[in-house]
Design a protein around this ligand. Structure first.
Ligand SMILES: O=C(O)CCC(=O)C(=O)O
Ligand SMILES: [Mn+2]
Length: 208
């Protein structure tokens, strides 16, 4: 069975998504469309996108999207054997970080940018549960450009899967329980020919 979230169009009002064992809020119109559009274009052009490859079962596989990692000094991050050193904050990313932090009433020291060039780009099922994110991370996910489907599944496979559309300018705040009990993915949607950028603001726990 599949349940979908009912998503309204009202700006700056969160919708609480009801998922067992997790806190998750969705702000459909977090950014005005015109601001989201211009931020998308600026980021496509000014970001030094990297196209990494990962080793899976002895094979080198290209990551199916482009990425960039920005943050405070020493907020190094890694997943699946890939080490990312942060680029310094740009004026646009600093501005977005402050807006998102204000909304979430928390601080972030880094942001991962994913650029899905079209519907063939994706991110596979995973939880953001790396040690450097701490035990109960708050991860705030800002979407720019073409809407993409975001799927969620509980680690207990008996619960129904959920999904929602991450639209241009929307903010999804994943809180307590999300990385511990749920996995998420952006599936491939081959009919989509236009791009999307996602920014996940995170707080890396920097050891002393
Ligand atoms: O693109 C998205 O909405 C999700 C990205 C994601 O899950 C990640 O970078 O960990
Ligand atoms: Mn993730």
């Amino acid at each position: 069975m599949q349940i979908s979230f009912a998503i309204g169009q009202e700006a700056a009002k969160p919708e609480k998504l009801f998922l067992p064992d997790a806190e998750i809020l969705f702000y459909p119109g977090f950014l005005e469309t015109s601001e989201a559009d211009s931020n998308f274009i600026q980021l496509v052009h000014e970001t030094p996108w990297r196209h990494d490859s990962l080793k899976f079962a002895g094979k080198i596989v290209p990551v199916p999207r482009l990425q960039a990692w920005y943050g405070n000094k020493r907020s190094n991050y890694g997943y699946s054997g890939l080490a990312l050193n942060p680029l310094p904050w740009t004026p646009l990313l600093t501005n977005l970080k402050e807006k998102v932090a204000d909304c979430c009433q928390t601080e972030f020291n880094s942001v991962l940018l994913n650029y899905y060039r079209d519907g063939n780009d994706s991110v596979a099922w995973h939880s953001d549960d790396e040690n450097e994110l701490g035990e109960k991370p708050i991860i705030a996910s800002l979407s720019l450009g073409t809407s993409r489907r975001f799927d969620l599944k509980h680690l207990n496979n008996k619960l129904p899967k959920s999904s929602c559309e991450l639209s241009n300018g929307s903010l999804l705040v994943m809180g307590k329980g999300m990385q511990q009990f749920w996995k998420h993915q952006i599936p491939k949607q081959p009919g989509i020919t236009t791009g999307r950028i996602n920014l996940t603001f995170r707080k890396i726990v920097v050891s002393a």
